[in-house]
Design a protein around this ligand. Structure first.
Ligand SMILES: [Zn+2]
Length: 120
């Protein structure tokens, strides 16, 4: 499987066979629960204490992207509404996408900065 496919499927960056999270993202109560190690190759996902703090920078990027897309969409297709509409739309969109932002920030961070190479 390609790196992109494995990344989108939230799979282990080393073996690309097992999922990194316990539940699917739509499991609203527990979407943050991550496996400690890969059940297939035994890779420890949190490679050092506090490793995933860096994933906040990626989630920040996601939020900035949401703000830009929301602003361009509202301005161009909804006649530049009042400021509170922009704010409310960004808050609602970010809240709905929160599981995906949280999880893909961690997955991307591990794939980019984990220093783990594929060995399937
Ligand atoms: Zn693995």
């Amino acid at each position: 499987m390609s790196t992109l496919t494995s990344l989108l499927n939230e799979e282990c960056p080393r073996c690309r066979k097992a999922k990194m999270f316990v539940h699917p993202p739509i499991h609203w109560q527990d979407f943050t629960k991550m496996k400690e190690t890969c059940p297939n190759c035994n890779l420890r996902f949190q490679i050092e204490p506090g490793f995933f703090i860096g994933a906040m920078y990626i989630s920040y990027g996601f939020i900035v992207g949401i703000i830009i897309v929301t602003a361009l969409t509202l301005y161009n297709f909804f006649g530049n509404p009042q400021a509170w509409v922009y704010t409310a739309t960004v808050v609602v969109t970010s809240t709905i996408l929160l599981p995906f932002i949280y999880r893909y920030s961690r997955v991307l961070y591990l794939y980019w900065f984990g220093g783990i190479s594929y060995s399937g």
